[in-house]
Design a protein around this ligand. Structure first.
Ligand code: SF4
Length: 211
């Protein structure tokens, strides 16, 4: 499979934010979100076998691994990779865009699934059937860039009763909308979601790669 980068850092998002984590970033993406900060993963990468990935991450002495991209589910080798990581007793997070069927993902993998908001430009690609495949410990993430995005998110959360079923994460498009504005809206509406910031963009320069 083609891998863009493997590195250890702290998890920047989700309920696992702040924990040391190994990131395995797979190459390729089928979407082109307007705010994408990992365009380097669209085509760049090196070929790895599953065993080669396992060997490389074993040097980090860390039991939390995130499989990310790009869109990691585009490469079929990602499934044996996730299964091998689970068999080796890693806690495995999968960050996926929500546009690809997640039905074949090992149920022990914690899925952190986006639902793309209108301002991303990729809202039409959301595969809503994925919602019924998620487990209660999986997480759904919305990235808000505009008031329209917020109102759309609120409607989807209500229509699919998401906060009764899963942890729901709301974050903002970096440098596009004030976080305190979104927090004000969700408090006014009493939306029971977890607001989050991409903490790696505050620890390091926002454009820094491999952190
Ligand atoms: S799904 Fe993720 S990697 Fe792909 S274009 Fe959107 S933000 Fe970038």
């Amino acid at each position: 499979m083609k891998i863009n980068e493997i590195y250890r850092s702290v998890q920047g998002e989700s309920s696992y934010a702040g924990l040391p984590c190994i990131f395995v970033r797979l190459t390729y993406c089928n979407l082109r979100c307007g705010y994408c900060d990992t365009e380097h993963a669209f085509y760049e990468g090196r070929d790895y076998t599953v065993d080669h990935v396992l060997e490389e991450i074993s040097h980090f002495k860390c039991q939390l691994v995130e499989i990310t991209g790009g869109e990691p589910l585009l490469q079929k080798e990602v499934y044996p990779l996730m299964n091998s990581l689970i068999d080796s007793h890693y806690t495995v997070l999968l960050e996926t865009s929500g546009s690809i069927d997640i039905g074949k993902v090992n149920p022990k993998v914690v899925k952190i699934m986006d639902l793309k908001c209108p301002s991303s430009g990729e809202c039409d690609r959301n595969l809503y059937t994925n919602i019924d495949t998620l487990q209660p410990y999986d997480e759904i993430k919305f990235v808000i860039g505009t008031r329209e995005d917020y109102l759309w998110t609120k409607k989807i959360v209500e229509d699919y009763r998401l906060t009764e079923r899963f942890p729901v994460l709301l974050s903002t498009v970096f440098n596009q909308i004030q976080p305190k504005q979104v927090v004000q809206w969700l408090l006014e509406d009493n939306l029971r979601v977890r607001f989050q910031l991409q903490i790696h963009k505050y620890i390091w320069e926002p454009s820094t790669r491999g952190v």
